[in-house]
Design a protein around this ligand. Structure first.
Ligand code: SF4
Length: 475
């Protein structure tokens, strides 16, 4: 499907007799945040054990693999990556052994000064084994002359810029770090006496943990047998929570940035109905991404909500088209129209975003072919016009349909009767009173974290060229 992709999900648990099993379940709940690779590192109190592989969480771990991850603490990671970067060397956690001892690192986000730092480190003799920007943190940590593990972590993360929600494990400690802008979420919870960390609260729900609070932007939390302590090594910085977590990435049953994703999405739909009204017979969500917003749209407009598209939930990435030369299945493998709902009706089709427009066009045509008289596309966020540099996989600018086409051209391309986007003001009012604390760069092209010298070139390249080769990739 033509969607932006969240780059990673992270999980950590400290002080639980079945830590690796809990990490497995936590990652299972976070699978939507990354499907290319999964990994868990556990600590038995003396040393760290690691298991990581390409593939889904359920395929990567079995009882045997989990049995080889002993101890009362574990951290885990799920990762999405683009095809060329899909290799096990980039799978996390990264585990290293250096003069500070062993450490496992899981990273969600993207560092904007990774290239510059990497060049400098390579010049000084560092040997990199992956092209993930996270490895820069690993090298900075290993080279630190800090007197303690915590000092070395603080020294390392103080040198990187951009988006980083980190969960780390040493033989006797778990650490959480969130960048001072708070781009990506990171929640703290409790499961009995155990401490839990995760990208989204849906992971806590699965293991029966209770949400306590978010790790605050700029906070370093250290968890050990003697309790928890917080350090705030960063200077003040404007907040920039990723608003797209609410629009699309996070699961609707999660709380991110302290808010119910479902509630925000319902608000997006309600405001969209007020901003982009149209006479119609049914509101139809594009499942699953458009369901919450469509519910809000239907509620505010008084037009009935109908599930006019049914999603096949069992399609994995392993689907091979039999006899592809005979028939191209395309989007039909994932979605099928319900003719009895669509035939002869004026349809409002609600989705969360349009990236390239290719899938949306197929869906509009599918709805028309099922007999719809009119198809009005409504999108619960503003036009996506700029790439993300903070941990989300976006195509180059030239591929974003809204960056290169007018609304009229998009409507024509999609074969729709009308297309209406939510305004930026509408989006921000849906997230609530603290809307000044959100990043909206993919809708505005204004980036809250400046790009150091090398990254200006990186940004320009990403905006203008087809491919940015050999750049570090986010986690
Ligand atoms: S640019 Fe968009 S996707 Fe990236 S962090 Fe900002 S709001 Fe999120």
């Amino acid at each position: 499907m033509d969607k932006l992709h969240e780059a990673c999900g992270v999980f950590g648990i400290f002080g639980h007799p079945e830590a690796a099993n809990m990490a497995y379940l936590g990652l299972y709940a976070l699978q939507h945040r990354g499907q290319e690779s999964a990994g868990i590192a556990s600590s038995d109190g003396r040393r760290i054990h690691l298991s990581r592989a390409m593939g889904y969480v359920a395929d990567t771990f079995n009882t045997d693999a989990l049995a080889h991850l002993p101890g009362r603490a574990a951290v885990g990671h799920v990762r999405y990556s683009t095809a060329g970067e899909s290799r096990v060397a980039n799978a996390q956690p990264f585990v290293i052994d250096c003069w500070h001892g062993q450490i496992a690192i899981c990273h969600n986000g993207n560092l904007v000064n990774a290239t510059e730092l990497r060049h400098e480190l390579v010049k000084q003799g560092s040997i990199f084994q992956s092209n993930a920007d996270t490895e820069v943190i690993v090298h900075l940590y290993a080279r630190s002359k800090g007197a303690s593990v915590v000092d070395a972590v603080v020294e390392a993360v103080s040198q990187v810029q951009g988006a980083f929600s980190l969960v780390m494990l040493t033989p006797d400690r778990m650490l959480a770090v969130r960048d001072p802008h708070g781009f990506r979420p990171l929640a703290l919870g409790r499961l009995g006496d155990a401490v839990v960390l995760c990208s989204e609260t849906c992971a806590m729900d699965l293991i029966g943990a209770t949400y306590v609070r978010d790790i605050e932007p700029g906070e370093v939390l250290v968890v050990s047998e003697s309790g928890m302590r917080s350090i705030r090594p960063f200077g003040p910085a404007p907040l920039a929570h990723c608003v797209f977590e609410h629009v699309y990435f996070a699961r609707p049953d999660s709380y991110v940035f302290g808010k119910s994703v479902n509630e925000v999405r319902m608000n997006l739909g309600r405001i969209l109905a007020r901003e982009q009204p149209v006479e119609a017979d049914v509101v139809v969500p594009v499942p699953d991404s458009g369901v919450c917003a469509a519910t809000g749209y239907a509620e505010a407009s008084g037009i009935p909500l109908r599930m006019g598209l049914i999603r096949n939930h069992y399609v994995g990435r392993t689907f091979i088209e039999p006899q592809a030369s005979i028939r191209h299945f395309g989007v039909r493998v994932k979605l099928n129209p319900v003719r009895s709902i669509l035939d002869g009706r004026r349809v409002i089709l609600v989705d969360d975003s349009i990236v390239r427009g290719t899938t949306s066009r197929k869906i509009v045509r599918m709805v028309r072919a099922a007999g719809a008289r009119e198809v009005h596309v409504r999108i619960s966020c503003p036009p996506t016009v700029s790439p993300c540099f903070y941990g989300v996989d976006t195509p180059r600018r030239a591929e974003l349909i809204a960056a290169t086409h007018s609304l009229e051209e998009i409507t024509k391309y999609l074969d729709a009767d009308s297309v209406g986007y939510l305004s930026l003001e509408g989006l921000l009012s849906a997230v609530g009173e603290d809307h000044g604390s959100y990043c909206t760069s993919c809708y505005t092209g204004r980036y809250p974290v400046e790009f150091p010298r090398d990254e200006v070139g990186y940004l320009q390249l990403a905006l203008k060229l087809d491919k940015v080769e050999k750049e570090p990739v986010g986690g």
